[in-house]
Design a binder for this molecule. Structure first.
Ligand code: FE2
Length: 304
């Protein structure tokens, strides 16, 4: 595929819910080819219309409550939530949604209710293209993450911290009211953990795959390495300690540099217009959030 075909852009008018319902096969074909489809010009005035469009598409949702996402979010409608409540100045780096956990959605919908004043694009990047180039430019790194997998370490607060891009409390993340319930859930998921002063919890994932085989045989750089390495810094977290190879050896700046450079070069900035809806294949395409000024409201929904 030529890079200029990414993302696919479908312009239209009228009701997006009806369009998605009548054209699902064509939409899915575009999604499969491009990895991301932008719907522009349709009549999607508010979150309720976005919720209806998601229902028109007709696939089951992936619920935030059941997920192990680190982001603080709020539901707006049953299927729609705020994408991430981190402050405007915080850049959210490229990632596959929830690839730092064993439970992740297959697709994501985004909806722009209020376009940002300046900045605020959603960068998107094809991970199969990233892996192709990385396999040539850093073959040892690719071989090592493929052979060993990776682990992520995150320190979760006791209560939600909306000032951080990964400020979701361990209580909410693990659906646990007590430390005993949290430990039971972590053990079930294969995590290791350590309680910290002030009621926070340092949790390390089991070994997770960093490369995913797509249905047609392509492979993607399906992981959270770039976002974790570049972005998991807050009052509790040191991003230099966030990622290791499967054997526990930290992944260094030099080892991450080629992936970061290649992904930046392949990134397309989706500059939002109010009413835009984007559908993203979470296994093939990473996304993030550029910093912004002024109001911006981009909502999200996850497909199981
Ligand atoms: Fe995300």
């Amino acid at each position: 595929m030529n890079q200029t075909e990414f993302p696919a852009i479908t312009t239209g008018t009228g009701d997006l819910a009806a369009y998605l319902q009548s054209n699902k096969d064509a939409v899915d074909a575009d999604l499969f080819d491009a990895g991301a489809v932008l719907f522009r010009g349709f009549d999607v005035p508010d979150p309720q219309a976005f919720d209806a469009a998601i229902n028109g598409y007709g696939e089951a949702g992936f619920t935030y409550e059941d997920s192990l996402s680190n982001a603080v979010r709020t539901n707006v409608t049953p299927r729609v939530f705020t994408a991430n409540e981190a402050p405007p100045t915080t850049e959210i780096f490229l990632h596959h949604e929830m690839a730092q956990t064993p439970i992740y959605p297959a697709k994501l919908f985004f909806y722009c209710e209020i376009a940002p004043g300046s900045g605020g694009a959603t960068p998107i990047c094809r991970s199969d293209w990233v892996l192709d180039r990385l396999s040539n430019e850093a073959p040892e790194f690719v071989a090592r993450v493929e052979e060993q997998g990776v682990r992520y370490t995150n320190v979760m607060p006791g209560d939600d911290d909306a000032g951080s891009g990964q400020g979701r409390s361990w209580r909410s993340t693990l659906s646990a009211e007590t430390t005993q319930a949290a430990e039971a859930r972590l053990a079930q998921l294969g995590y290791s953990w350590e309680w910290r002063d002030g009621g926070s919890l340092r949790a390390t994932t089991p070994t997770l795959d960093a490369i995913r085989l797509l249905p047609d045989g392509r492979r993607s750089f399906f992981n959270q390495l770039i976002a974790a390495f570049r972005g998991w810094a807050d009052s509790r977290n040191d991003s230099n300690r966030a990622i290791t190879f499967g054997d526990g050896t930290p992944i260094t700046n030099d080892e991450m540099a080629p992936a970061i450079t290649i992904a930046d070069e392949l990134t397309y900035d989706l500059a939002w217009q109010a009413g835009d809806v984007a559908l993203i294949d979470n296994f093939a395409v990473m996304h993030g959030r550029r910093p912004f000024n002024g109001k911006r409201r981009v909502l999200a929904s996850l497909i199981a």
